[in-house]
Design a protein around this ligand. Structure first.
Ligand code: URA
Length: 290
């Protein structure tokens, strides 16, 4: 039996179980003693008003530990149970912070630097959480970087086996030949092995400069610069625009924004999909499956 912390005990039970008569359980989820009402957990995670969350529960859109829960009064442990809305995981613990940061150039991907260069910390104001950067951008690379104090997410996203797709805009020496996309998508031989782009396109061109967009699952050091240099188009400016489902959008350089609940859920969903990749094709061939 789980023994949740007392600090999330729900003392606001005025609307307990109003959907169903006493004792009539609509599912078999076992209440966690001292847990919090499910609709309260959802509302506090920013999913919507308490009433809206109750509607979602009633509509069968909410799962706890893989089980659909339709009972409004169910008591759950948000710190230890996995709660999903429409299949998307909601942030596990109160106090977890997920930020998008638009890293300017000439900023070190580190929380401190013994050599006194600017680091990510210089842009976080007086935030008290101990934040980790997820993955790295070169000193000169700009754009989207994710920061969190959710150690599990940071670890999983940074792990090579969970390489989520990332998109970059690069200013390169042109002109870019028509067959470059195919070359990059087929794979480019680098010192440490072949690197392959998922997608590549020319966004703009002017004289001997071109702005290109490249998406890849790779996390190797200087990978975009090395790939484009290898095919004869050295990068003069590099900006990351997406990490998995998260977009830089209009975030100004040096600014941070909190990720929304939907974005965090999508990030977890992306990780789950990546985790199943090694099994793709294997499951289909299992005896008894079509
Ligand atoms: N690829 C690079 O070359 N640099 C980065 O910062 C990120 C990806």
């Amino acid at each position: 039996m789980r023994t949740p912390d007392h600090n999330f005990k729900d003392d606001d039970d005025e609307d307990d179980d109003f959907g169903y008569p006493d004792g009539e359980d609509r599912d078999s989820l076992t209440d966690v003693p001292g847990g919090v009402r499910l609709q309260k957990v959802l509302a506090e995670a920013g999913i919507g008003s308490r009433r809206h969350c109750e509607e979602m529960i009633g509509a069968g859109r909410v799962e706890v530990d893989g089980q659909t829960v339709r009972r409004f009064g169910a008591r759950v442990d948000p710190e230890h149970q996995v709660i999903r809305v429409d299949g998307k995981r909601i942030p596990a613990k109160p106090g977890l912070v997920y930020l998008a940061f638009n890293k300017p150039p000439k900023v070190l991907t580190a929380m401190s630097d013994p050599r006194g260069r600017k680091t990510v910390t210089d842009y976080l104001g007086d935030r008290s959480e101990r934040l980790f950067h997820i993955g790295r951008l070169d000193y000169d690379t700009e754009g989207l970087m994710l920061l969190t104090n959710d150690g599990e997410l940071a670890h999983r996203l940074a792990h090579p086996s969970f390489e989520v797709a990332k998109t970059y805009l690069a200013e390169v020496t042109g002109p870019v030949p028509k067959d470059l996309a195919q070359r990059l998508q087929t794979g480019v031989e680098l010192d440490d092995g072949v690197a392959t782009a998922d997608r590549f396109r020319v966004v703009d061109r002017s004289g001997n400069r071109a702005l290109v967009e490249i998406t890849l699952h790779e996390g190797r050091k200087h990978i975009v610069r090395r790939m484009l240099a290898e095919v004869g188009h050295p990068v003069s400016r590099l900006l990351r625009t997406t990490v998995g489902p998260i977009r830089l959008a209009g975030l100004p350089p040096g600014a941070t924004r909190d990720l929304g609940v939907k974005e965090i859920g999508e990030l977890y969903a992306d990780l789950a999909r990546e985790a199943y990749k090694p099994f793709e094709g294997v499951l289909m061939k299992m005896p008894g499956t079509k």
